[in-house]
Design a protein around this ligand. Sequence first.
Ligand code: HEC
Length: 479
Amino acid sequence: MLKPIITVISAVAISAALYQNQQETKPTITPIKLQENKNFGQAALHYKTYCGGCHGENLNTFIDRKWKYGNTRADIFKAIKNGYPDGGMPSFAAAFKDHEIYNLADYILDRLKNADKYAVSTKPKSNVFKTEKLTIRLDTIYAGGQSPWAIAFLPDGDLLVTYKEASLKRISKNKIATEISGLPEILSEGQGGLMDILLHPEFEKNQTLYLSYNKFKKVDGKTVSTTAIMMAKLSGNQLTEQKDIFVAEPYQSTRRHYGARMIFANDGYLYFSVGERGDHEKNPQSLDNNSLGKIHRINADGSIPKDNPFLSDKKVVPSTYSYGHRNPQGLAVNPKNGQIISHEHGPRGGDELNLILPKKNYGWPVISYGINYNGTILTNRTAKEGMEQPLHYWVPSIAPSGLAFANGNIYKGWDNNVMIGSLKYSYLNRCELVNNKVVKEELLFQNIGRVREVRTSPDGYLYMTVENPGIIYKLVPVN
Ligand code: HEC
């Protein structure tokens, strides 16, 4: 079990040794002039190891960027060295010497200048994919917007789609999108915005739905935000009777790790995830009035179920169901046995698939298979008594989002396989689960785009969304 992390650590040790050699042969370092056709070997490796996971191996997030902090060499140096922790950009002061940071800045500027040269179109050319067991056609249901975060299937066949950039659209069978009005005030910044959507199990009778979103307020002139869940009714193309039924505390100044996935499990309760909001020291292990880094369980009207696992401890937020989570962005019920599974983003490496059970501690950050973004060690422990082991983990991270079980009547050979989107590597991950162990993985639709949402429609078809540009696909098996 320890092996993957040892490999990662030794890679870090080797690159640390490389830096030292570099030091000896290059006594005077700062600042290096940007040169044409420079060999960026080490900077390229650093970029790939430390930056590509968030910014894209092909500098995806820098191409055509509206730079927030400027794009001069000095601006980029500053961003890498000090980071913008509230925005989710870590500081790399501990990982790199100044000259290495300048090299990275030069590497980024050089590659951006030559963006066309590098931007080979790797997008799939056909919408029909041969996979190991099935041939799948990806039908485009709708293309538009930036980040389609979640889908709900209305009884009349229309879709409701949330977009992180604070928009909710109804998409009809003939691909007409209509904006739904009546959203709460939403802060669309960093990883936060309008996130999940879920219909009440008796939606047809009561038109009730749930939205998870980034709620905000001003404290001492600073905007702080949190994961909130709003219940509302859909009447026509308008939300009415809006009411926040859950607001996570405490609010944070960061803009990341909101969690925000929701499901109804077979017991009829509403389960949802709240991420640790980027403060792993304080939140995920705290059971003292802290709803962050937890999975919660409430009644459909927002009240607290009488058998919630922590009710005897008055300090614990009563909706708490499990804790020690980092950023769970996938929740699903196994249709065969009703078990709840979830996945969560690890730091650098250590993304997990977990079986969610009441009162359990999933260990973040005391145990983890990942390391910090800047290469420093977070914890040496991958296991501890009283803390749950994942069903499966990924090193390096795949950045999982969206989670659904495949229906074997429609997808022959995929029965009850777990489908997981990868934001980072732009594919859909098919996992065969046997006795709650992942025994096989297949990467589907490689380079399709950052897969954000995967969900099964009431008639059993898988749908998924990709970001930037936003596209909703339906997976149709063909012979
Ligand atoms: C954990 C994810 C993550 C990693 C790892 C990461 N970044 Fe970032 N970076 C971000 C985010 C998120 C922002 C935007 C911050 C904000 O909006 O305040 C950002 C911002 C930046 C900016 C400023 C962009 C602007 O708009 O002005 C630069 C430059 C940058 N990153 C370079 C790097 C480099 C180089 C590395 C690797 C050494 C790196 N980043 C690693 C997430 C990351």
